[in-house]
Design a protein around this ligand. Structure first.
Ligand code: ATP
Ligand code: MG
Length: 253
């Protein structure tokens, strides 16, 4: 028998009134995978992440993670089971220092302050934030805040990390460095689901791409094949801005 998947989400629905932001989507992830989750703006990717991570309760569906059913469990239970995430719009404690923000994550496994601080310092090293340890989090720019979120997520010692556009807003050199950084996380044994509009990131990082459109999974497979799938191209062209982004990345001038 193959081992049970690390994450298994089936039939996930998230309704806001009569609108279904996520409309029956499912995803299975095995330990050790890097899955790219793509789709046009408004497709439901972040809402799906919110459901997976316990930041919102799905209207319907089932989520199993690390052998437990966590469908309606709160976010801290997901974290304890080994799931961590970054937010598309970073959520930091502005008036706390960078180090203290990361300690919030580290306290999950290290209740003693000194141990949590040590763990947090290690994560600041890993994410290149060590020099800003004592700076106020609110003073960081967006790329710094995204790193800070990753540091805080890593401090919870996750088995699965959900990254929601963590590389958005970086310049091409920074994107390449960030791809290397994410590969390093994978090499440390962390399974990843990466939401990203930058196709270079998906094509070079993900072993498998899953495409969302209007709350549903419309395609899934090897990233290169998936981005050429006519249904996927159609979904992107339907949302013109995202469509332009996709085509520009695939056909550089
Ligand atoms: N709390 C909410 N209340 C009502 N509608 C919502 C809420 N959150 C999200 N939506 C709607 O659900 C849909 C999916 O949004 P979501 O943010 O999940 O898309 P996305 O795929 O992450 O898009 P993007 O690529 O722009 O980040 C959108 O139409 C959005 O306006
Ligand atoms: Mg989003």
């Amino acid at each position: 028998m193959p081992p049970e998947p690390l994450l298994e989400a089936t039939g996930i629905v998230k309704a806001f009134g009569s609108f279904r932001a996520v409309d029956g989507a499912g995803l299975t992830v095995r330990e050790g995978e890097i899955v790219g989750l793509i789709g046009p703006n408004g497709a439901g990717k972040s809402t799906f992440f919110n459901c997976l991570a316990g930041d919102t309760q799905p209207t319907a569906g089932l989520i199993r993670f690390a052998g437990q059913e966590v469908t309606r469990a709160p976010a801290d239970a997901h974290a304890r089971a080994g799931m961590a995430r970054s937010f598309q719009v970073p959520v930091t404690f502005e008036d706390m220092t960078v180090l203290e923000n990361v300690m919030v994550g580290a306290f999950l496994r290290h209740p003693h302050r000194r141990d949590a601080r040590e763990r947090a310092r290690e994560m600041l090293e890993v994410t290149g934030l060590a020099r800003q340890a004592e700076a106020r989090a609110g003073g960081l720019g967006t790329p710094g805040r995204k790193r800070l979120e990753i540091a805080r997520a890593l401090a919870t010692e996750p088995r699965l990390l959900l990254l929601d556009e963590a590389l958005a807003g970086l310049n091409p050199t920074e994107v390449r460095d960030a791809i290397g950084f994410v590969r390093g996380l994978h090499a440390r044994g962390i399974t990843l689901i990466v939401v990203e509009h930058i196709m270079e990131v998906i094509l070079s990082l993900a072993e498998r791409a899953v495409v969302f459109n209007q709350g549903k999974v419309i395609a899934e497979g090897v990233p290169r094949a998936v981005v050429d799938d006519p249904a996927v191209v159609e979904a992107y062209i339907g949302r013109s801005l995202a469509g332009r982004r996709l085509r520009r990345r695939r056909n550089p001038p």
